[in-house]
Design a protein around this ligand. Structure first.
Ligand code: SF4
Length: 344
């Protein structure tokens, strides 16, 4: 964020790919991706310790970011970016996947966000880009006009998105904060944008529900510097009822482990009314046991929104969490030794 070391995507640009992208089979390209990704991780360590700088590295015509973008463009024809694995052909404009996002990426808005976690808003704030569409259907979503309306906003390609990122950094933002809805359906455009960002050094922040497939996580881990996952539910029953998401616990815990292996992480958890025993406590317990180094933001600002106020099926969450519920959650986090900062 302070511009003393290069962002990961800038290092990935210096990892050469020698083959012909278009004629290589997808299976062979994944094998190459694994090999180049290992090479990237070795180089990353030497750059982080200061023994190498970008000037010491080759400037290949084709690089690891090109391989990643090619793989994503192929995956888009049978989309498996997230664990819905809809396998719809988004290249041909099919919008029948769970996210209802087609080939095009739409950005609803972008601005300097000063309300994110303090470590992320130094300088001129966090350069936040809101993508339209989401892989979840949370019945209480406060951004439902963006998340549940994939036609919201303006269409951007990789180049336009890169220009947005570049101008935000030139205006002094500490990072590029990719959010929505959820950024996952727009992975192909985001990776393409990193190919166009030439002289802009800025950390990329993945602000997401983290419901990605392992394939998509493998693509992302070499380009995301900071993870900001939203850990919502402590069991599959609550996730299915209130976010309409299957296999939540298995997918989200797996991806938290993958993310923490390859970057800094702040885990967010929104306290839901009546969900302390079934959700907040199991989540905090899991974090303490599995991600002890992660910072956690336990948030108490839930307010009923979207479908909740009018639908009697959700009357149990048609209220704010009580002071008692919030302090009980903080107290539990204290007992577990979790590093958190209350935001209200
Ligand atoms: S991003 Fe996820 S929800 Fe959207 S089409 Fe692809 S697999 Fe389906």
């Amino acid at each position: 964020m302070q511009d003393t070391k290069p962002a990961k995507f800038l290092i990935a640009k210096h990892i050469p790919y020698e083959g012909d992208l278009k004629s290589t089979s997808t299976e062979a390209l994944w094998t190459e991706h694994r090999r180049l990704s290992q090479r990237f991780k070795q180089i990353l360590k030497t750059v982080q310790t200061g023994s190498l700088t970008l000037k010491d590295l080759p400037e290949p015509d084709t690089n690891l970011l090109d391989v990643k973008t090619e793989l994503l463009n192929r995956m888009l024809g049978r989309c498996e970016f997230c664990e819905w694995r809809c396998r719809v052909d988004r290249v041909r404009g099919d919008k029948n996947g769970a996210c209802r996002v087609g080939a095009e990426t739409r950005v609803s808005t972008w601005f300097h966000h000063y309300g994110e976690e303090p470590p992320l808003t130094t300088g001129q704030g966090s350069g936040t880009i809101f993508f339209a569409g989401c892989t979840f259907r949370c019945v209480f979503c406060q951004n439902w006009d963006i998340s549940q309306n994939p036609s919201n906003g303006v269409i951007v390609d990789g180049l336009k998105l890169a220009l947005i990122m570049k101008s935000l950094r030139e205006e002094g933002v500490a990072n590029i904060n990719l959010v929505g809805g959820d950024p996952t359906p727009n992975l192909h455009t985001i990776l393409d944008a990193t190919r166009h960002l030439a002289n802009t050094n800025v950390p990329l922040l993945w602000n997401s529900n983290l419901y990605l497939t392992p394939e998509a996580m493998n693509i992302l881990t070499d380009v995301i510097d900071i993870w900001l996952p939203d850990f919502k539910w402590g069991n599959d029953r609550c996730a299915l009822r209130l976010s309409k998401i299957p296999r939540y616990w298995e997918v989200i815990t797996r991806n938290h482990l993958l993310a923490q292996r390859d970057g800094d992480m702040i885990i967010r958890h929104l306290i839901m009314p009546g969900h302390i025993e079934c959700c907040s406590k199991p989540i905090l317990q899991w974090i303490a046991a599995n991600c002890p180094r992660a910072l956690v933001n336990i948030m108490g600002q839930y307010r009923p929104d979207y479908q909740v106020p009018a639908n009697p099926n959700y009357k149990d969450i048609n209220r704010c969490p009580t002071d008692e519920e919030i302090s009980q959650t903080y107290h539990y986090a204290d007992q577990l030794g979790i590093i958190y900062r209350p935001v209200s």
